[in-house]
Design a protein around this ligand. Structure first.
Ligand SMILES: NC(=O)c1ccc[n+]([C@@H]2O[C@H](COP(=O)([O-])OP(=O)(O)OC[C@H]3O[C@@H](n4cnc5c(N)ncnc54)[C@H](OP(=O)(O)O)[C@@H]3O)[C@@H](O)[C@H]2O)c1
Length: 321
């Protein structure tokens, strides 16, 4: 049965709707009558098709466009860089221009992998990205497409010699580019392939006494997609200033390693496997499909949003819900 919607419901378009984060975004926004959701997967709209993006979005006229579409296979991005660049990078120009044209808010997600991972203190919102993988590079291009659209919006007005930013007459006519660029990291959720589920099914299928090697020299912050979806809704509802945000579950300053993460979820699920900490070098040595370089320290430091809930609490919720 269709849910009752208020007459003035805000129209939200969610792109990449069969993805992991998208599933929770759809769930979270559907909880409230004040939103009318349209969810499009790749068959409904391929975000790399400029003409289709422009045409379909202009026709639908959403108030908010949430882009959860991406090419997230980090290792495959090394051999399919053109594809990654198009989906994670250039498509953001098409989406930004469409959002600008209809005055919609654009919400987009980026990643800790835009940073090189050499800073053991982690990365703040305005730290300079310097990706070390093709996936990171493609996502960084996406960020730049958004910033470029914003800059172009305030570019030459065409009518006089002053730039739009300085020409009061032109400036008064400009519709500002309303965007939220939310970086996140180490996502897990109920509707997609992720580290937590992969390791748990490995542990369960191999049984008691199994030894699983897990990397212990990459540090970051895991994030439950449901928490990120709720935070996205909150950012919109609180009309927070447009711009870049970092959102992850909280681990403390040092972050955690994949080994710490694995130990915790096996403990919560009471699965008796031996988890052996290994270095990235030891781990990759055995797996030739692991092509992409990963940042050593990729903790996203959140200086703008209220502190998120602790990673262990979020993980417990995920595993026991
Ligand atoms: N997963 C993580 O650990 C992680 C970490 C940091 C940041 N992020 C970012 O968070 C966001 C959500 O990630 P996620 O893990 O939820 O992604 P996901 O599960 O891989 O979902 C991405 C969705 O995008 C769709 N898609 C791919 N190319 C498309 C295209 N050209 N047009 C339309 N849809 C397309 C995919 O469809 P198909 O299945 O048909 O390809 C898929 O349903 C992404 O921006 C990602 O970069 C993720």
């Amino acid at each position: 049965m269709a849910q009752k919607r208020s007459k003035n419901a805000r129209k939200i378009l969610i792109l990449g709707s069969s993805g992991m984060l998208a599933a929770d975004l759809i769930k979270v926004f559907r909880e409230k009558e004040k939103y009318k959701i349209t969810a499009w997967d790749r068959d409904d709209l391929d975000i790399t098709n400029e003409e289709a993006v422009n045409k379909k979005i202009s026709k639908l006229k959403p108030d908010i466009i949430i882009n959860a579409a991406a090419y997230t296979a980090v290792d495959k991005c090394e051999t399919e860089f053109d594809k990654a660049l198009l989906i994670n990078g250039y498509a953001l120009r098409f989406l930004s221009e469409s959002a600008l044209k209809i005055g919609a808010i654009l919400v987009h997600y980026s990643t800790d992998y835009v940073f090189n991972g050499e800073n053991s203190k982690g990365y703040k919102e305005d730290d300079e990205p310097n990706p070390v993988s093709s996936y990171g590079q493609s996502k960084f291009v996406g960020e730049q497409m958004i910033l470029l659209a914003e800059a172009n919006n305030y570019g030459g007005c065409g009518g006089c010699a002053l730039s739009r930013g300085k020409c009061a007459k032109a400036a008064s006519k400009i519709k500002p580019f309303k965007y939220y660029l939310i970086r996140t990291s180490w996502l897990y959720g109920h509707n997609g392939k992720n580290f937590v589920d992969t390791m748990i099914s490995l542990g369960q299928s191999r049984g008691l006494g199994t030894e699983l090697k897990v990397v212990n020299d990459q540090f970051g912050k895991p994030t439950y997609t449901l928490d990120l979806a709720k935070k996205t809704r909150e950012i919109i509802e609180k009309n927070l200033p447009f711009g870049a945000y970092h959102f992850t579950n909280e681990t403390g300053k040092k972050g955690i390693s994949w080994y710490d993460f694995a130990r915790e979820f096996f403990k919560i699920k009471k699965i008796k496997v031996k988890v052996k900490p290994v270095t990235t070098k030891e781990f990759y040595g055995a797996d030739k499909t692991r092509l992409a370089k990963r940042p050593k320290y990729s903790m996203l430091v959140n200086t703008k949003l209220p502190r998120a809930r602790d990673w262990k609490k979020a993980l417990k919720d995920y595993l026991l819900s």
